[in-house]
Unconditional design. Structure first.
Ligand SMILES: NC(=O)c1ccc[n+]([C@@H]2O[C@H](COP(=O)([O-])OP(=O)(O)OC[C@H]3O[C@@H](n4cnc5c(N)ncnc54)[C@H](O)[C@@H]3O)[C@@H](O)[C@H]2O)c1
Length: 331
């Protein structure tokens, strides 16, 4: 009998492409579904790619039948917070409604395991800047709400069917494949480490600190930065857990400690050997002073063991990727 496949939605995007590489490296059968609205054909390398939308039931069911899919890893989504504020229905449509349609296809297609890309944005602004999985969810933008609604659908579908899921709430993802094969190519990225590396290679004239008067050790915002390869490994661990009969669960993925914006920029200066042109700007509305994961549960439940918990390592891979992308841009 042909072994089952894993359907990776959004596998032509930043995080999904790293997960695909790790799945393939351990011999899993993988098929990517991506509409290439924000992803890149180059990111998929030689993995089978179906260009289509996750909300398109006919396409999804055909892929499931053709590839004998028993597991779905669902990355496809829109991810830009300010855009979600100005165009909320775009986010509820592509993130929430498409996930509903995908779940319906999963039930029809007999999918057993579902790994979902959720986000720390479901917590909003948690007290003390630390969020555990049982911290009350209170998203403050449509992006976070669109993801939380998907978590709720998953919870209810898992309760009413044989499908089991792991929802992973990512903190601040950064860095790139240490072999330089894939990385984040998103135009107009807003995440600090990528923005600072783009400044180093001359793509941006400066880098901004938004808010330097927070009640944090150096006054700038603190975040839990996680290397994308460690994040990718968490998906493989989640898959093993579900295959081993694990119950549906929700888990934070972060290192459990944070760095301030200034510490990140110092790391970029250290790694690149360049002085950055830093501009101080007022706080941005909706930015929590600190957002760090309580991250014991994923280690306990999945046996997840991060290997790249080092800020300079994250920055080094992010910078190497920016240099590579400048030499050979993706389009
Ligand atoms: N990057 C982060 O720091 C971060 C943090 C928390 C959660 N997440 C979540 O992780 C997932 C992946 O994020 P990313 O940073 O890799 O984003 P990305 O934009 O690089 O990748 C998303 C991919 O999904 C595709 N896509 C979007 N809508 C689609 C649809 N309807 N049908 C088919 N394909 C579609 C895009 O073309 C793109 O390739 C998202 O669900 C995001 O919400 C990301």
């Amino acid at each position: 009998m042909k072994p089952s496949s894993i359907l990776v939605t959004g596998g032509a995007g930043y995080i999904g492409s790293h997960v695909v590489l790790q799945l393939r490296a351990r011999g899993e059968r993988v098929v990517v579904l991506d509409d290439l609205s924000r992803g890149f054909r180059q990111a998929v390398l030689d993995t089978p790619l179906v260009v289509g939308q996750v909300g398109d039931r006919e396409t999804v069911l055909n892929v499931m039948r053709e590839h004998d899919v028993d597991t779905v890893m669902h990355f496809a989504a829109f991810t830009i917070v300010p855009e979600s504020v100005s165009e909320p229905l775009k986010y509820y449509g592509n993130n929430t409604c498409s996930t509903r349609a995908l779940l319906e296809s999963c039930l029809e297609g007999g999918v057993k395991n579902f790994v979902f890309s959720s986000t720390a944005a479901v917590y909003g602004i948690p007290a003390e800047g630390v969020a555990a999985e049982d911290t009350p969810t209170a998203p403050i933008n449509p992006y976070g709400t669109s993801k939380l609604m998907s978590e709720w659908m998953l919870r209810d579908v898992s309760g009413a069917s044989t499908l089991k899921h792991v929802a992973l709430r990512y903190f601040n993802v950064a860095g790139s494949d240490s072999q330089g094969r894939v990385g984040q190519a998103t135009p107009k990225a807003t995440l600090l480490i990528k923005v600072a590396c783009e400044h180093v290679i001359g793509k941006r004239p400066q880098v901004a600190i938004y808010g330097s008067d927070y009640a944090t050790p150096d006054g700038t915002g603190v975040r839990d930065y996680i290397h994308v390869e460690d994040l990718a490994t968490a998906h493989l661990d989640a898959l093993d857990y579900l295959r081993g009969g694990g119950a549906s669960t929700v888990l934070n993925v972060g290192y459990g400690h944070g760095y301030s914006v200034r510490e990140v920029l110092q790391s970029v200066e250290r790694v690149s050997g360049q002085r950055l042109n830093i501009r101080e700007e007022p706080r941005r509305p909706g930015d929590p002073p600190a957002l760090v994961a309580r991250a014991e549960r994923i280690r306990r439940e999945l046996g997840w063991k991060p290997r790249l918990d080092d800020l300079d390592t994250i920055v080094r891979t992010a910078l190497a990727w920016e240099e590579r992308l400048q030499r050979a841009p993706w389009s």
